[in-house]
Write a protein that binds this ligand. Structure first.
Ligand code: BGC
Length: 497
């Protein structure tokens, strides 16, 4: 075909699709199905509503659970896990340390050269490797052997400058972002998997022992000096650069928070009181659940069909793994009950998790007047090319409802931490600053979600208090923080005193 003919064919193709969209839209209007669409949207919006009064109830309920989780092991859905980190980094940590950051579909291996007093990070390198999906539901040995093979490769490719002194193993901070009951700073039992992982034989086992055994099988001479949750790593990384950092929140595939608690406010801690008088608590807030959470039938159905029904309910309404899936479920209902996409439900739309959060973020933030991004995504993902502008507006509206609810509920979670720490009011004339380290792709890349969260937190705290709180993005803080904690818990001298 010549260029002109191709041009005409393309123009005709576009014209046909546009005409088809108009026809679908007109037919829907005539048959009253558009009314049904509007009903579904309105009902969903009402069920997801998060007025300030409700967010305050959510926060009250979370604080009650925080106290219960600190009082006794198993006392609450909020596990409030003791991290054994009672001293956060000071900035004086020094030397060469490694980190292994495992918590989602990718893991990272990092190498960090810490400069000592005030010199920060002199040098850092990393590799990121994606985990084959079959290993996320296989056996513990298969997963750890795969990870260690990559770790060994990373080490074998480094220059001889990084060779440790004879008799001294390389030291590693292990960020393991699942609920773990720690038994020391470098050991802990996996309580359960989340975020699509399900490896039964690892549950109830010490994850550091599993990793160490895999390193021995491979002949890799490394020692785990610190086992940390990603929230704790992020907090450590944030404190390394900013003394005011007292909490950290992850909004990524999953969600969670950690904060500095007074050791004498942890009744379930029976060990000696740390000299610092403080202990970092890994809340595992993803598992929070309350009758005040605004849940719709789509959330309940998604939960019932998930790998972990009844668990991680708060995480399932606000984190990256689930937001796209909720939107897909609403669209499926509109396709079934209101023929939103025509007479049949497009087969690809029926596939669970076929709509990821990056796609809803892109569509929600589509600024083109005819919502081109939405049209293209629907074509690419679902082979749906007959969307009218009105239909695309409705799709954006659903994305907005889901993201707004998630972001506002996350703000209510942060409010709870601030209230628990007594930082939600200004006590002394001098305004004490406070930094919350933030990490995770959802927070980093979904700008509308982030802005909505920040705006809502201001709304909840009021202007004066808001000015004292800073949410600070700390990209890759979880791995960096683990390497720094490996330094502060090194057997060898790794500080500038
Ligand atoms: C895990 C947490 C983790 C969070 C963020 C949750 O699913 O239970 O341990 O911190 O995801 O990665």
């Amino acid at each position: 075909m010549g260029k002109i003919a191709v041009g005409i064919a393309v123009v005709c193709g576009v014209a046909v699709a546009a005409a088809a969209a108009v026809v679908v839209h007109r037919r829907m209007k005539k048959s009253g199905k558009w009314v049904k669409v509007m009903e579904i949207v309105k009902d969903f919006e009402e069920k997801c509503a998060t007025p300030v009064s409700r967010l305050k109830q959510v926060s009250d309920a979370m604080i009650v659970e925080m106290h219960a989780g600190l009082a006794s092991e198993g006392g609450s859905k909020l596990k409030m896990l003791i991290s054994y980190v009672d001293n956060l980094p000071t900035g004086r940590e020094k030397g060469l340390f490694y980190a292994l950051d495992l918590g989602g579909t990718n893991f990272r291996v990092l190498r960090l050269q810490l400069g000592g007093r005030g010199r920060g990070i002199l040098n850092q390198q990393f590799v990121e490797v994606s985990i084959p999906p079959n290993l996320m539901t296989g056996t513990s040995n298969a997963l750890f052997d795969f990870i260690v093979a990559e770790l060994a490769k990373f080490v074998s490719q480094e220059s001889s400058d990084y060779e440790p002194n004879p008799g001294r193993p390389r030291e590693l901070g292990f960020t393991f972002s699942f609920p773990v009951m720690q038994t020391s700073i470098a050991s802990g039992i996996l309580l359960k998997w989340t975020k699509g992982f399900s490896i039964n034989d690892a549950v109830g086992r010490d994850v550091v022992a599993e990793l160490t055994e895999a390193m021995e099988r491979r002949g890799l001479d490394m020692r785990v000096s610190a086992l940390v949750n990603d929230t704790v790593g992020t907090l450590a990384g944030a404190r390394f650069v900013n003394n005011d950092a007292v909490a950290a929140v992850i909004l990524g595939t999953g969600s969670n928070a950690a904060y500095v608690e007074r050791a004498n406010a942890i009744p379930k801690w029976h060990g000696p009181l740390p000299r610092s008088g403080e202990m970092v608590i890994n809340m595992e807030w993803g598992n929070f659940k309350s009758a005040h959470l605004p849940l719709s039938e789509y959330d309940l159905e998604m939960d019932a069909e998930s790998l972990n029904p009844g668990e991680q309910i708060y995480e399932k309404v606000l984190s990256g793994m689930y937001l796209g899936e909720i939107v897909r479920r609403v669209l499926c209902r509109m396709a079934q009950e209101a023929a939103f996409f025509g007479d049949t439900v497009p087969p690809k739309l029926k596939v669970p998790f076929a709509l990821g959060t990056p796609a809803i973020s892109a569509m929600h933030q589509d600024t083109s007047p005819d919502l081109k991004v939405v049209a293209n995504r629907f074509k690419e993902l679902f082979e749906i090319s007959n969307t009218s502008l009105q239909m695309r507006k409705v799709i954006v509206q659903i994305c907005n409802i889901v993201a707004t609810r998630g972001a506002r509920l996350a703000a209510a979670g942060i409010l709870s931490i601030l209230r628990k720490m007594g930082r939600d009011t200004i006590k002394d004339a001098e305004k004490q600053r406070m930094v919350v380290g933030m990490d995770g792709g959802l927070y980093e890349h979904y700008t509308k979600y982030r802005k909505c969260l920040e705006k809502c937190l201001n709304e909840l705290l009021g202007e004066e208090v808001s000015e004292t709180i800073e949410l600070q993005l700390s990209t890759d803080g979880s791995g960096i923080g683990a390497a720094i904690l490996a330094a502060s818990h090194s057997r060898y001298h790794a500080r500038d005193d």
